[in-house]
Design a protein. Sequence first.
Lengths: 113, 214
Amino acid sequence: MHEKAITESVLSLVLDHAREAGASKVARVNVTAGEVTGVVAEYVQFYFDFLSKGTIAEGATVAVTSVPIEVRCQDCLRQFQPERRQWDCPDCGRRNLDVVAGRELFVESIEVD
Amino acid sequence: MEVKILKDILGANDQMAHGNRQLLEDNGVFAMNIMASPGAGKTSLVLATIQGLRGKARVGVIEGDISSSLDAERIAEESVPVVQINTGGACHLDASMIRGALGSLPLADVDVLLVENVGNLVCPAEFNIGEHRRIVVASTPEGDDKPHKYPAAFLGADAVVLNKTDLLPHVRFDTAAFTATVNAMNRDAAIFPLSCETGEGIDAWLSWLLAQLR
């Protein structure tokens, strides 16, 4: 649902860096979005196609790499991906967790001509 | 040719949020960003908080809704400064909307700023607005599985209010399971089971809030 705001920011970053690099065309945008952010790749492409019209990024493919949520047990340091309703540590059974992956939201790179 | 960027997509929003935070602190205002699904009880909590803090702290409110000023009108009846933001379709408040609203509030006369976000348990969690604390309001009729289904909101919460405890005899809600999940996901989040309707549990919430100001 918030993909429009996110895509506006993506486009702004893409155009700034493409201009800085002296590019004439952007072919591809590589985005990393953690599972916790709830970003849906298809919606980002949809908004990007619309918002980039008339810019050098028009027609670019937006590739979103999803990072699954990963947590670390602060008691035994086991790292795992919590599944379905299981937030207990599979090793020690305790519930003292830190999120170590899955909240990322950044533009990794662009491919330009 | 590949050009590395490695920039946070919400960096511009974060910068604006940082500016908001500075503005709040320059004026001695403590801000709380209140998020929840529609109907969980955000406005009820805001009203109960205004009433409970009377004489103890001066409250200001920013109301966020897609449309209408119904909530702001209810708040205005409590004689506290309130600004209504209508997003016109955006499903969350962002830092730039808050910056605009802050300009319309008498910040020098406010101790606690309650920001009631758009009713939505997904998107508001992604957008810093410069708040000091994030409050998620869950409610018993929604079911006890919401932390699993909406991890972003619950992972980022400083406090989780569980509203409508008065309805527990009538709904299927396992309070122990809910609490255990929130604790596992976010051990630092304080949990406040309460009822805005009956007033049960409100005192603990108000005590916590006042303690945050110190």
